[in-house]
Design a protein around this ligand. Structure first.
Ligand SMILES: Cc1cc2nc3c(=O)[nH]c(=O)nc-3n(C[C@H](O)[C@H](O)[C@H](O)COP(=O)(O)OP(=O)(O)OC[C@H]3O[C@@H](n4cnc5c(N)ncnc54)[C@H](O)[C@@H]3O)c2cc1C
Length: 321
């Protein structure tokens, strides 16, 4: 059993872009272990999402539709993924390490009695002996792990794999699943989505982040971000203080990002913050303290007061535009 099953995400029938790196990882893994790459799209009505993901390199796309899958809930989704994995002879079940992937896949692993590796960065070797590279201690150590169980469950770090190239669209086929509603102990109440004109943090090309140095005043951070079409991020200190929403948090226990440009203002550069942004292509740090550790990873460092530097940067960019 060396087929790979990639679990895709959709929201209200639309494919979530976070799914695409998992397809890229699944494709690469299938090549290394000599199996086929199957993609599973689950929900109540997912034809459009399945059509959207079909040209990204999978051998086949399967749709599992059931009223019990209308809204994402880990329990019914885990039942459906388990059934699909068994039906498709999957030796590897893969999803992106998004908040959904992190919630769902441990339950899938438990149902399949499978070992699991989280936040996989890449593969080492091939065939049955394949190992998985994954970060430990907030990325200070990269481990190579092998999984001894017959079925292996993985979440992969989206920023490491990226979006696969488009190819001919894979065939789409329904895959019947039977949800045991009596076994589902959770119930969907409501979904409150934060609607923002700004790009999603994990997809943004530019991110401007603020930390404790803002003292709770994110106006210069947000103003610069909006003037250059960037997403806004934050350190955990800023989120924990209640200054900004938790879903802005970048880092080990927040989001992992790798934009073209990451501007960190008033952020010291703790290892847990670096774990979420150090793979950004260009890092600009603005900090009053010349000894701040963020300068060790910064491509450009400015020892300055962010309340002076950010408006000046914004004005200079406007002049050049
Ligand atoms: C298990 C665990 C998980 C964690 N996960 C995360 C995570 O996911 N993300 C995360 O960010 N942290 C995380 N942390 C917390 C992390 O260790 C740090 O406490 C946090 O990142 C510090 O945030 P900060 O840099 O904003 O604050 P500080 O470390 O207090 O730094 C503030 C900086 O602002 C500078 N400053 C002050 N005023 C100004 C000014 N006017 N202009 C310019 N600079 C100024 C200061 O010189 C200082 O360097 C985690 C911690 C643990 C233990």
């Amino acid at each position: 059993m060396s087929n790979v099953l990639v679990v895709a995400e959709q929201l209200e029938g639309a494919l979530r872009k976070a799914s695409l790196p998992a397809v890229k990882a699944g494709r690469e893994l299938a090549g290394k272990v000599g199996g086929k790459c199957h993609v599973l799209v689950l929900g109540k009505s997912v034809a459009a999402a399945a059509a959207e993901i079909a040209p990204y390199g999978a051998d086949a796309v399967h749709t599992a539709e059931d009223p019990a899958l209308e809204h994402y809930l880990a329990e019914p989704y885990a039942q459906a993924v388990e059934q699909a994995a068994r039906a498709l002879g999957a030796g590897y079940v893969v999803a992106t390490a998004s908040s959904t992937g992190k919630d769902l896949m441990p339950r899938v692993a438990a149902r399949l009695s499978a070992g699991m590796a989280t936040d996989v960065l890449g593969f080492v070797g091939d065939g049955a002996a394949i190992a998985f590279r994954r970060p430990m201690w907030a990325g200070a150590v990269i481990a190579e792990v092998t999984i001894a169980t017959e079925i292996k469950v993985l979440t992969v770090r989206g920023t490491e794999f990226g979006v696969p190239a488009k190819a001919a669209a894979a065939a789409i086929a329904p895959l019947p699943v039977k949800i045991d509603a009596a076994a589902v102990k959770t119930r969907f109440v409501s979904l409150e989505q934060v609607k923002s004109a700004r790009p999603e943090l994990t997809e943004a090309k530019i991110i401007v982040s603020g930390g404790r140095g803002t003292k709770g005043d994110f106006k210069p951070v947000e103003s610069l971000a909006d003037s250059i079409g960037a997403a806004v991020g934050a350190s955990r200190a800023a989120c924990d203080a209640g200054w900004v929403p938790n879903d802005w948090q970048v880092g080990q226990t927040g989001k992992t990002v790798a934009p073209e440009l990451y501007i960190a203002a008033g952020i010291s550069g703790a290892i847990q913050h670096l774990a979420g942004m150090k793979n950004s292509k260009v890092i600009v740090a603005i900090n009053k303290d010349p000894e701040a550790p963020i300068f060790q990873v910064a491509d450009y460092g400015l020892v300055a007061d962010l309340f002076k530097a950010l408006p000046e940067l914004q004005a200079a960019l406007k002049k050049d535009a």
